[in-house]
Design a protein around this ligand. Sequence first.
Ligand SMILES: Cc1cc2nc3c(=O)[nH]c(=O)nc-3n(C[C@H](O)[C@H](O)[C@H](O)COP(=O)(O)OP(=O)(O)OC[C@H]3O[C@@H](n4cnc5c(N)ncnc54)[C@H](O)[C@@H]3O)c2cc1C
Length: 433
Amino acid sequence: MTETGCDYDVLVIGGGPAGATMSTFLADRGRGVAVIEKDVHPRFHIGESLLPLSMPVFERLGVVDKVADIGMIKYGAEFVSPWHRKTQTYYFGGALDKAYPYAYQVKREDLDRILIDNAADKGVAVSQGSRVVDAHRHGGRWDVAVEDRDGGRRSLTARYLVDASGRDTFMGKKLGIKQRNPNHNSAAIFSHFENAERLGGIDEGNISVFWFDHGWFWFIPFRDGSVSVGAVCWPDYLKTRNTDVDSFLLETIQKCPPLAERLRDARMTMPARATGNFSYQADRIFGDGYMLLGDAYAFVDPVFSSGVHIALNSATHATEVVEAALREDPELADIQARYEERIHQALEDFSWFIYRITQPAMRRMFLKPRNVLRVKEAILSLLAGDLFRDTPVRWRLQLFKAFYAWTYLIHLPSNIAAKRRRQRAVALAAEAG
Ligand SMILES: Cc1cc2nc3c(=O)[nH]c(=O)nc-3n(C[C@H](O)[C@H](O)[C@H](O)COP(=O)(O)OP(=O)(O)OC[C@H]3O[C@@H](n4cnc5c(N)ncnc54)[C@H](O)[C@@H]3O)c2cc1C
């Protein structure tokens, strides 16, 4: 019970990376915090490739060694194009700031367990197997209804509510403020495999991105020798499925010969899963006594492995906002506005590239990078997730955009055809609801 008569200062819905990180930082400040998580860790989750600039967050949380124990070191990202018969590897060590040359590939059941156990160790009251089913604000506090594993119900009170419920978007749905992205509409099918052919030496842990006619694939190697493979496709392609999900994933892999080659002796180790229409954003981040964090606020696309990174960094910066709200800081509106600007800028930086990654002009530039005015280093900084600090990345990204416009114009017919293909796919998906 807090001084104000509430059970907690802050109640966090969801114990994924966003919720576990935020609750830990608030507990470090002496706040009474509860996390309510509907699943029981360890549990499967998608989102297995991390970015180097997440490492400082792991340092602050005090979990670097534990993450290193479960992770496969990832020094870079390989892009493979069947049309150019060429691969290009970007090494994070070549970014503008050379201090963070690697990240990790992780099984999320392992990473998320480390983060939630760390939260509990730091004094957060963690309830697993309990789902938040409703929340109401009155008299300056929240009444939160929680349903436990045994079906029992209880009510908890808190001064501030953080929605970190991921793609469930608890508050976004409750308030009707979640908007699907009309310009970007893809879906994914994925599974884990053993006995795949992996890269050698320091490249073994790199993520590989393979383009193919219907979108792109990820190939993520884990520490135990297995790999995660997923296809991110336009929804119209996924609608052609007339077999079970496992067979469809295997058939789709055959449409990308360089990937099929790496998987020729591989065996699927878990049933394939599918997820659709994953791009969305809520109309607002903050309201009276609450905020939306990580995927609960927005998600664009997995192509640059930015999801967990945005969740961790949002949580780090949002701690200041929640602190300001709890101490009723007269500057709260300004603090919120600064946070909002930072998050929107990072989402915008990633989105610009994400929306164009299947355009021929972008493929061409990714496969033949030039370091004019250190633009290639800036792209590496983007790939490393260096978008939450004041590194001189942005003006160079603007320069890259100018080069992109030029490349687009030079290869106009193929770029317009690719754009039309994407617009048709999005329109078809929208028609189908
Ligand atoms: C196909 C695909 C591939 C991806 N690949 C990558 C990748 O390679 N790298 C990367 O960084 N990101 C990737 N992502 C994104 C990544 O999965 C998310 O961005 C990341 O997990 C967000 O973290 P979070 O804490 O906000 O949400 P989550 O990790 O989803 O955590 C939310 C938690 O809230 C819990 N919850 C939900 N509702 C309730 C409730 N009512 N009560 C209690 N608990 C609740 C859930 O059980 C969950 O544990 C991918 C996403 C997709 C769709």
